[in-house]
Design a protein around this ligand. Structure first.
Ligand SMILES: Cc1cc2nc3c(=O)[nH]c(=O)nc-3n(C[C@H](O)[C@H](O)[C@H](O)COP(=O)(O)OP(=O)(O)OC[C@H]3O[C@@H](n4cnc5c(N)ncnc54)[C@H](O)[C@@H]3O)c2cc1C
Length: 399
């Protein structure tokens, strides 16, 4: 597949949310050269958020998740090679090698490789009946097992674990969530909001075990439960591993690019080699706003960083330093998170937590850095503006 068009081709590795936006923005911005997107999943770019929400619950056809239908891409001359991984990249020769040995030449290379589920080195983790949840393929494996399961164990009380627990309770299955930390949602939100969701799930019948370490997944030939480090046993017909994600940065590392749990990029998305970029979940970028390097796992970041890198490729680079935002749907509650809360020195609750309609504001040095809103869409929208203004004022110095 090596051809002269490689002289101007933009090659994108990964065919997810960020890749789709990059291709769209390049064409919208007037880029006329070849765009080739290579994805190891057999699907056109699709939205992942419904996988642990509506898609899991209502099981529509996979193409209902597609970000754009097939003709949209072909009409714009955006070429997809799907169901095949890029195995390695030679940055000097400007060639990517696919898993089947074919090579593709490029001028500009964009890593949009996302993340994969973190695998836990647990005895029994490879047993049938143990599942991950990151892709349509994962749901296609998981869903029939859930249908047959009376008891489901979820390892990890993050948003994917809790969203799945909510769907399972909607189907009246017994659910146990096992979380190693002292509270659920520890990585994404602070104690008041975590407590709200912990209480909600318990009221809806979820058994939540915090500070609980799983020693092994038990079962003869098929998973039948968990053994905790304190000896407690939890019975389960299906086990979901939902213990976070890690960046797919192995191909970038092999190519010699600097990675620190994600591909390191500068403020305009450049990954340390000429005309090489990284976007979305796989990229770690410097945020002046938050004074550190960030790797975000959210749709907002995939879209906005892709737009920023498309602008850079089109010759109009703009520093990328967003106020991140994110959402999670659990039962009839929508949690919307704006900003990053983790180094707050002041927290204030606005509204009534007992009524399930409230927001929680986090400040540092008197400035608003993050707001979590539950069933308060307006508070969330306002927060994004206020945080942008208040954190911009402190953004200074190199990161
Ligand atoms: C179950 C679930 C629920 C979520 N819910 C929310 C939510 O409610 N709100 C929110 O904001 N975000 C949510 N997210 C996160 C959001 O989906 C991601 O942030 C977003 O998809 C990131 O886009 P991306 O393009 O960077 O990566 P992805 O969409 O993950 O796409 C990367 C693609 O690259 C492929 N790939 C990797 N390596 C190679 C290779 N070497 N060769 C070829 N292809 C490769 C991957 O298989 C994948 O298909 C959720 C994610 C999951 C899994």
């Amino acid at each position: 597949m090596t051809d002269h068009a490689g002289a101007e081709r933009v090659l994108v590795i990964g065919a997810g949310q960020a890749a789709a936006q990059l291709a769209i923005s390049l064409r919208a911005g007037g880029f006329a050269g070849p765009i080739t997107v290579i994805g190891d999943e057999p699907f056109l770019p699709y939205q992942r958020p419904p996988l642990s929400k509506k898609f899991l619950a209502e099981r529509p056809a996979p193409d209902s998740l597609f970000l754009r239908p097939a003709p949209f891409w072909s009409e714009r001359g955006i070429e997809f090679m799907l169901g095949i991984a890029v195995a390695k990249v030679n940055l000097r020769d400007r060639k990517a090698t696919l898993a089947d040995g074919r090579t593709i030449a490029f001028q500009t290379l964009v890593f949009a490789t996302g993340t994969c589920a973190r695998r836990l080195p647990l005895p029994g983790a490879d047993l049938p009946g143990v599942f991950l949840l990151r892709s349509i393929g994962d749901v296609q494996r998981l869903r029939p097992a859930l249908d047959d399961a009376r008891r489901v164990a979820v390892l990890g009380g993050g948003y994917i674990g809790l969203e799945t627990a909510a769907v399972m309770r909607g189907e009246a299955r017994d659910v146990t969530v096992v979380e190693a930390e002292e509270r659920v949602l520890k990585r994404v939100t602070a104690p008041p909001v975590a407590k709200f969701f912990d209480t909600l799930h318990r009221e809806r019948g979820v058994n939540i075990c915090t500070r609980a370490r799983v020693a092994a997944i038990t079962g003869e030939g098929r998973a039948s439960g968990l053994r905790l480090a304190d000896g407690a046993m939890i019975k389960a017909d299906a086990v979901l591993l939902a213990a976070g994600a890690q960046a797919n940065d192995d191909v970038a590392q092999l190519a010699g690019l600097a990675c620190e749990g994600g591909i390191l990029v500068d403020e305009i998305g450049r990954a340390g080699a000429e005309n090489v970029y990284a976007i979305g979940d796989c990229a770690r970028f410097p945020s002046r706003r938050y004074g550190r390097k960030l790797r975000l796992e959210c749709v907002q970041n995939a879209i906005d960083q892709a737009k920023a890198v498309a602008a850079a490729i089109l010759g109009n680079p703009q520093p990328y330093d967003p106020v991140p935002w994110f959402w999670s749907d659990q039962y009839e509650f929508k949690l919307q998170i704006a900003g990053l809360f983790d180094d707050y020195d002041d927290v204030a609750e606005v509204g009534d937590l007992t009524k399930g309609r409230f927001s929680v504001e986090y400040r540092r040095g008197g400035r608003l850095i993050a707001v979590d809103a539950v069933n308060e869409a307006r508070a969330h929208m306002l927060a994004r503006r206020r945080i942008a203004e208040e954190t911009e004022a402190v953004a200074a110095g190199a990161v």
